[in-house]
Design a protein around this ligand. Structure first.
Ligand code: F6R
Length: 607
């Protein structure tokens, strides 16, 4: 969960690398470093802490080179410190390497290298890489061949950028299960862990598959497969605009992304549904094939998993196929029952989550078809899956996911309705009615955002709390889960969510005077039941906030937020919005770094 950047061109590399690292800081921020190719060889400057600490170092100003690599770290092996930060030299200082990922067999490789006279300065897994390259270089005297031989020995995940003193006009990059994109400008090339970090420099990108190599020079990129045969790659133009990767006047990315939701929902709808017609040009799924499917698995992590939970009912109710939602890190190790009659859907904003990708590979091995629902174009999951559909949320920078979640829920609903149309197991009119409601979502999301002042006030009254509980029934319980996750990750307040009916089976013991309980009530069939559960906590002294689109006697609650009414299967798209704002304003009241919460990174590319 680190970020890497690289530059090769005619401009000074240092400011470009620092700028890129600042944009990647969400991926890790415990230490950082850069290396540039200077007239007298590679120079490395690195420091513990945020990028600002690195940029404040006196010696960084002497770097003049026009080729360079950079890294922002989220420690896995070895504590955060200057010596453990990247780039790492080999012992002879011929090579410098930055690495995102984990080398699983590094103990073995380190022992092998130590037996061959190498010594190590850091506690990292990465330091074996430049030394291993050097080990082969002494025999091969060829940069690319030595990198390839070293990579052949590596087990685990890696995105690597490598400089070599003997090739002062080149850089080599390679990846395996960790993200890396190559942006092409005019006589210059940018490398990064993600697209937004270099979007202000270029819109033309190349994507490497696992164990493909790129040898970069200022004007040219040569691509090679794992046998070092030369290969051609198509450049892909990315439509995202630069402003979408900037804060654009908002105090934080998270707030901006919350407010972008009417538009990201509109874009996601527009990509698949217009004039009441659903079209998935990305793939053709036949009625014959869908009729053979007897189980759907939706697999993902964190917020993406919550988006799966929020749409399980749409698949079941409209396609009449039993649908299970699973956590990717559990799914991959529990030998799930999968065969060619299973359809597996994987949701991932980043498209790089290691557990989700591993769970996808498992289903493929067992003969199931896989569909990826991803946001980042060209990300690993989009290349691993049989089919891929994109949410159109645009770049999501804040660590806490907001607009990606609502876009995922929108897209999964549309996907379920598309299958339902093909299967013809429910009346067409029922599907048409939901499609019409989907078209109204952007407007209703805008109306929902209008509650901001009330949310801010409520945040002000609860930000000092130590525990907050969320309740809901049916689909609302899944929104409760997402709201609870959002709150804990950015406010550090302990919070839990429960299906409201479960309350009296244990959790109600935690309710005492002034404990905050937040209820979500959007399903007309379940209003009375949930209200009754909320009354139970009020009786025990709880301070309650209710988010609802139903007509309820709200005098009984401490505070009620009214949101627009919508079909229950779409309600998570609206009911989560006030709760995203609540988490945001509580975090602000506490003076925390909303966009970069402690211990968390935007994409979790390690297990
Ligand atoms: C929470 C959050 C995480 C991610 C999870 C999966 O706000 O963002 O829980 O949802 O790490 O990430 P992706 O969707 O990139 O696979």
């Amino acid at each position: 969960m680190c970020g890497i950047v690289g530059y090769i061109g005619t401009k000074k590399a240092k400011p470009i690398l620092i700028n890129g690292l600042l944009r990647l800081e969400y991926r890790g921020y415990d230490s950082a470093g850069i290396a540039t190719m200077e007239k007298d060889g590679i120079k490395i400057v690195k420091e513990k802490g945020r990028i600002a600490n690195l940029d404040a170092k006196e010696e960084i100003n002497s770097l003049e080179g026009t080729i360079g690599i950079g890294h922002t770290r989220w420690a896995t092996h070895g504590k955060p410190s200057a010596v453990n930060s990247h780039p790492h030299y080999d012992n002879s200082k011929t090579f410098a390497v930055v690495h995102n990922g984990i080398i699983e067999n590094y103990h073995e490789l380190r022992k092998f290298l130590e037996d061959n006279g190498y010594h190590f300065l850091s506690d990292t897994d990465t330091e074996v890489i430049p030394n291993l390259i050097h080990y082969y270089y002494k025999k091969e005297h060829d940069f690319l061949k030595s990198v390839k031989l070293a990579c052949d020995d590596l087990k685990g995940s890696f995105a690597l950028e490598i400089l070599c003193n003997d090739y002062p006009d080149n850089m080599i990059v390679v990846r395996q299960d960790s993200p890396l994109v190559i942006g092409k400008g005019l006589n210059e090339i940018y490398i990064s862990s993600d697209i937004p970090a270099i979007l202000s420099f270029t819109k033309d990108f190349y994507f490497l598959n696992d164990r493909e190599y790129a040898v970069l020079s200022r004007k040219n990129i040569e691509f090679y497969d794992n046998n070092l045969n030369s290969i051609d790659k198509m450049v892909k133009s990315i439509e995202w605009n630069t402003a979408s990767a900037e804060k654009d006047g908002y105090e934080d990315f998270m707030l901006k992304e919350i407010y972008e939701q009417p538009n990201s929902i509109r874009e996601t709808i527009g990509s698949k549904l217009s004039e009441n017609k659903i079209s998935f040009t990305d793939f053709e799924i036949s009625k014959d094939y869908l009729e053979t499917i007897n189980r759907i698995y939706i697999v993902a992590c964190g917020t993406a998993k919550n988006a799966g939970l929020a749409t399980k009912a749409t698949f079941e109710n409209f396609c009449k196929i039993p649908t299970e939602v699973d956590i990717a890190s559990e799914f991959r190790y529990r030998d799930p029952l999968i065969n060619e009659h299973t359809l597996c859907i994987y949701i991932s904003q980043s498209g790089e989550t290691a557990d989700t990708i591993a769970a996808l590979k498992l289903a493929k091995q067992k003969g199931a078809k896989t569909i990826a629902v991803a946001n980042v174009i060209g990300s690993s999951i989009t290349r691993e899956s049989d089919y891929c559909v994109y949410t159109h949320a645009g770049p999501e920078i804040a660590v806490a996911s907001t607009k990606a979640y609502t876009s995922q829920v929108v897209l999964l609903n549309i996907l379920a309705l598309y299958f339902a149309e093909v299967l013809e197991r429910v009346p067409a009119l029922e599907i048409d009615n939901i499609k019409k409601e989907i078209m109204d979502l952007p407007k209703k999301a805008e109306i929902t955002l209008g509650n901001v002042a009330e949310i801010k006030n409520f945040a002000n009254t609860v930000y000092k709390e130590t525990d907050i509980f969320f309740l809901g029934r049916g689909i609302d319980s899944y929104v409760a889960e997402e709201a609870s996750l959002k709150l804990k990750e950015i406010s550090y307040i302990h919070s839990e969510s429960y299906p409201a009916g479960e309350l009296k089976h244990g959790p109600i013991a935690l309710i005492e005077n002034d404990v905050t309980v937040i209820g979500i009530i959007t399903n007309p069939k379940l209003v009375e039941k949930t209200v009754s559960n909320i009354q139970e906590v009020i009786t025990r002294g709880a301070k309650t906030l209710v988010i609802t689109n139903q007509k309820i006697n709200d005098e009984q609650f401490y505070k009620t937020i009214h949101i627009p009414e919508v079909n229950p299967c779409l309600s998570p798209i609206l009911s989560i919005i006030p709760l995203q704002l609540l988490a945001y304003y509580i975090s602000k009241e506490k003076g925390l770094d909303v966009d970069k919460p402690r211990n968390l990174a935007k994409s979790v590319t390690v297990e």
